[in-house]
Design a protein around this ligand. Structure first.
Ligand code: ADP
Ligand code: MG
Length: 696
């Protein structure tokens, strides 16, 4: 596309626009405040606001909105117009620094996990100048953080921003120890690869499960699934290609670096990968990407499914969170270097990550815990619910050698002293072969692969940032006091590897034997949300977040409640939808077919007395029995739901759902799917898997 460079970011109040439109001093003051994490004064804010408004109005905007990320997982906005009346009875387009910096949306309906009673439902939004404002649907969007009247974070952005500061501080201490004083900032970088399904909207709208829950609760397997793997990286169908072009254009205008797109393993499944950016921007852009995907799909008569498991029997969707640390001087801290010092520094950051992931493995699991993701983790398609690190053969060899003090290398055996020797080149391709690892080193970054497709990537990243910062702090405390730095560093790295190498696993994570092995190593295997979530409120977790000021105990407990509530609500809706589909769609369809079959049998017997009608009668009795069974299973499910509501407390309710309700849902579904496979085409109650997956 010729005009792509012109189009890219054309709807963003980005650095270029700011340089162009802000007075030099204002621009400088704004940049400095961002760099130093200090307050932007009202004078500066007033000038920025005026420039933003003029830019937006020139492009056709009439409104502005503070854009925030409450605990619902999607974004929220409240639009105000720029209009303010003049004494002469006309209007002016106005936007003040105060309006830019702070908003006061009514917050009563956003989840707070009990922090804020509804009668004091005031919430504040505060401008986040590190993420550019942008223009969408005639409104100026201002990225903001969202907190309660009493200052507690009620959103996904606040803890993320806090965690970035914490990590930066500790990483800079480490860099200083290695003599790197040029770097003034350390930012985490993230590139989230987004998977999704596209289905025909007309078909989608005929299924209550897709409408209400975003996934199919029933559906017999089609004759063909994904076994041929002929969809993966296959030719993109024309209708999808048009959608993808349209999507790219929308994203590019908003400055989202959408880069690669391809078909995924499952039929009708696709992936979009952006070029990485700083975490905060990556999170905002991923939220925008999901929103725009859904919007653009509708324009093409499609529905974009972001659920983790829309279809049984084919792969679900996840998000790969590529994560690294970079300095403002352009140095990737997870990139092995060329000199002994660079390599020692690389190994320091690497071992810190290894230790952090081992120490806080349960928290990483919590950070990806949703009802939808429970269908994926450990289901032979996504990494298991066990957290482990893949390092690749070379790096593992080096780590092993450091730990044991032995020589390494296949041909020429050599010793390695950290800070003295240079690491051998680690070829990138050998680090990227394992696709089953939940946390894989891929040459110059880690790829956290347990994330579900629908969630904000904020949670996993603020957890990751905080736990790595914690270990870096511990390292820095030790190393800053060292008399002999190299000696101390060698010992630190060696001891750390020894203590935490159980988290390293280079084998097949999908293999059943790994579950046993991981158990022997003492690694956690938290299969469901209710099992995992307890770890969030253990003293160790609370202390971690409180120690670094990323979340207060009140904020942690509120988030814990919100996640549990969300889990329970999701399952409640799923069960109710199931029951409704059984009584309104599936059983009536079965009865209709039964009636038709019975009528045929009677007619045949009348026309040709003595005919046995073996085939029809067999189907009639089988279908009748299945219908009875389904009716009974529905009854059981209803009773189980009732029992859940009696369980008392969100934690108990969630546990009941996982233990009692989900297995019943599966049993119920199995019966319904058998009924579906017996029905004649014209009796089918709703579009089938075949329709949904193969007729896009
Ligand atoms: P692949 O995983 O297909 O080999 P890449 O390694 O190029 O492809 O990148 C996959 C994703 O990782 C992309 O979204 C990319 O932007 C992101 N990525 C690459 N380098 C970094 C980095 N240093 N930090 C964070 N993300 C990165
Ligand atoms: Mg990947």
């Amino acid at each position: 596309m010729e005009n792509l460079p012109k189009m890219f970011g054309s709807m963003v109040f980005n650095d270029t626009v700011m340089k162009e439109r802000l007075p030099k001093e204002t621009y400088k003051a704004l940049k400095k405040a961002i760099k130093d994490n200090t307050d932007i004064g009202l004078d500066v804010a007033n000038v920025v606001a005026a420039a933003m408004k003029n830019w937006a109005v020139e492009k056709g905007a009439t409104h502005f909105t503070h854009w925030f990320q409450p605990m619902t997982g999607i974004t929220a906005e409240k639009h105000d117009s720029f209009i303010s009346p003049t004494p002469e009875g006309g209007v002016l387009m106005e936007f003040s620094g105060k309006e830019l910096v702070r908003g006061e949306p009514d917050a009563s309906s956003f989840p707070s996990g009990g922090i804020r009673a509804t009668f004091e439902a005031r919430g504040y939004t505060a401008w986040d100048p590190t993420s550019y404002a942008f223009l969408k649907d005639s409104s100026l969007y201002i990225p903001t953080a969202f907190c309660s009247y009493t200052g507690e974070a009620l959103d996904k952005k606040t803890p993320l921003l806090r965690s970035m500061q914490v990590l930066e501080k500790q990483a800079l201490r480490i860099l200083k120890l290695f003599g790197n004083t040029a770097a003034q900032k350390v930012l985490t970088t993230v590139g989230p690869e987004q998977e999704y399904f596209l289905v025909d909207k007309a078909l989608h709208d005929k299924r209550k499960d897709l409408m209400f829950t975003g996934r199919t609760l029933f559906g017999a397997k089609p004759p063909k699934g994904q076994e041929l793997e002929d969809h993966y990286f296959g030719a993109i169908k024309p209708r999808i290609a048009v959608f993808m072009n349209d999507l790219n254009e929308e994203l590019w205008k908003l400055g989202v670096l959408a880069k690669t797109e391809h078909n995924e393993v499952a039929p009708a499944q696709h992936e979009l990968a952006p070029i990485f950016s700083t975490t905060n921007v990556a999170v905002d852009h991923n939220q925008l990407t999901m929103e725009i995907m859904k919007k653009v799909a509708l324009r093409h008569g499609l529905v974009c499914l972001l659920h983790e498991k829309p279809f049984a029997g084919v792969n679900g969707s996840g998000k790969h969170n590529n994560w690294s640390l970079a300095t403002d001087t352009g140095l990737n801290l997870l990139e092995p270097g060329d000199s002994p010092a660079e390599n020692a520094q690389f190994l320091t950051f690497l071992t810190a990550v290894i230790k952090a992931v081992d120490e806080y493995q349960e928290l990483l699991r919590v950070s990806v815990a949703t009802a939808g993701n429970d269908h994926r983790l450990g289901a032979n398609e996504a990494p298991p619910a066990i957290v482990s690190i893949f390092l690749g053969e070379e790096l593992t060899g080096i780590i092993d050698a450091i730990e044991s003090g032995q020589a390494y290398g296949k041909k020429e055996k050599q010793h390695m002293t950290i800070g003295v020797d240079v690491l051998p080149r680690i070829p990138k391709d050998t680090t990227d072969r394992n696709r089953t690892s939940p946390f894989a080193f891929t040459g110059n970054k880690f790829e956290f692969r347990m994330l579900g497709s629908s969630v904000s990537v904020s949670g996993p990243n603020f957890v990751l940032n905080t736990m790595v910062a914690d270990i870096l702090q511990e390292f820095a405390d030790k190393l800053e006091k060292a008399k002999d730095f190299t000696l101390e560093l060698n010992a630190l790295i060696k001891d750390t590897i020894k203590a935490h190498k159980r988290i390293i696993f280079n084998g097949n994570g999908y293999d059943e034997s790994w579950v046993h092995e991981a158990g022997k190593r003492g690694l956690a295997n938290l299969k469901t949300v209710p099992e995992a979530l307890g770890s969030f409120i253990k003293p160790k977790s609370i202390q971690l977040f409180v120690r670094h000021g990323v979340l207060s105990e009140v904020e942690i407990r509120s988030r814990y409640e919100i996640i549990l509530e969300n889990y329970c609500k999701t399952l409640n809706i799923e069960v109710l939808t199931m029951l409704e589909m059984i009584s309104k769609d599936i059983l009536p369809a079965a009865y209709k077919y039964l009636k038709e079959l019975s009528k045929t049998v009677l007619a045949v017997k009348q026309a040709a007395p003595g005919t046995v009608c073996k085939a029809q009668t067999a189907i009639i009795s089988k279908l009748s029995a299945l219908a009875d069974d389904l009716e009974a299973k529905g009854g059981k499910l209803e009773k189980a739901l009732f029992a859940v509501h009696e369980a008392g407390g969100a934690a108990n309710e969630a546990a009941e759902y996982a233990k009692q309700v989900i297995p019943l849902m599966q049993e119920t579904r199995a019966v319904a799917d058998e009924i579906e496979s017996l029905l004649g085409e014209e009796y089918l109650p709703f579009p089938t898997y075949e329709d949904l997956l193969f007729r896009v």
